[in-house]
Design a protein around this ligand. Structure first.
Ligand code: NAP
Length: 187
């Protein structure tokens, strides 16, 4: 089967949140350096996989290929704005084989339930950006288990990912990036 690489991308607060209590991205999680990094990564990807709310909230001016998760899809269907997929009715392997028959890089920018789903499917890498020094009260966590007080790092480690060195994307804050890679790539 052609190789498919799955990469997750999130910017989180110190308390591991990706959105505020209303489900929107707060200004403290908007950072130009992180955005530039994320856009460059999307340029290298064959498809972007995201939840319906994120899809609706974020326009797609570059017309990148999107795969939108929604319970409204009967399985996998092509709509004018991308592929719509319901993981309850069609397994990932079948869906991605249809979308990327020759393989390629899959970018996963969330939200929470999408990040959860791909923990089970298996990330090859997770690009975890942290807006250090920020706290979002009652926000939406990057992974559901963060609600139980488990850190994003502990969850990634539990799923077999290992951290590379932390790097600074923006000294203001700072905003840092740690790429967690699947151990299989190290062997
Ligand atoms: N900081 C970050 O890095 C980051 C990352 C991602 C998102 N965000 C922000 O977070 C907010 C949205 O995130 P969110 O988690 O609330 O929503 P979301 O993941 O964008 O969308 C949720 C919707 O996606 C569909 N969905 C997700 N998982 C599914 C599954 N396993 N099976 C079937 N359908 C599924 C459902 O659509 P239906 O209702 O149609 O079934 C669900 O209502 C936005 O403000 C976004 O910008 C921030």
């Amino acid at each position: 089967m052609p190789k498919v690489e799955i990469h997750g991308y999130a910017i989180v607060s110190d308390n591991d949140c990706i959105a505020d209590a209303s489900g929107r991205t707060p200004d403290v999680l908007r950072n130009d350096a992180d955005w530039a990094y994320f856009q460059a990564e999307l340029n290298k990807s064959a498809v972007t996989v995201l939840g319906r709310l994120g899809h609706e909230a974020n326009p797609n001016p570059k017309g990148r290929l999107r795969m939108v998760l929604s319970s409204s899809s009967p399985g996998l269907e092509r709509r004018p704005d991308g592929w719509w997929w319901n993981p309850e009715t069609l397994p990932w392997n079948h869906a991605i084989r249809t979308i990327l028959p020759d393989g390629g890089c899959v970018a996963v920018p969330g939200g929470r339930r999408v990040f959860d789903l791909f923990l089970a499917i298996g990330y090859d890498a997770f690009h975890l950006t942290r807006a250090e020094g920020t706290f979002i009260p009652d926000g939406v966590p990057v992974f559901s288990d963060c609600q139980e007080g488990v850190s994003a790092e502990a969850i990634l480690a539990k799923h077999g990912l290992k951290p590379e060195a932390r790097r600074i994307l923006d000294p203001t804050g700072p905003v840092s990036l740690t790429i967690w890679r699947n151990g299989r790539q190290d062997s």
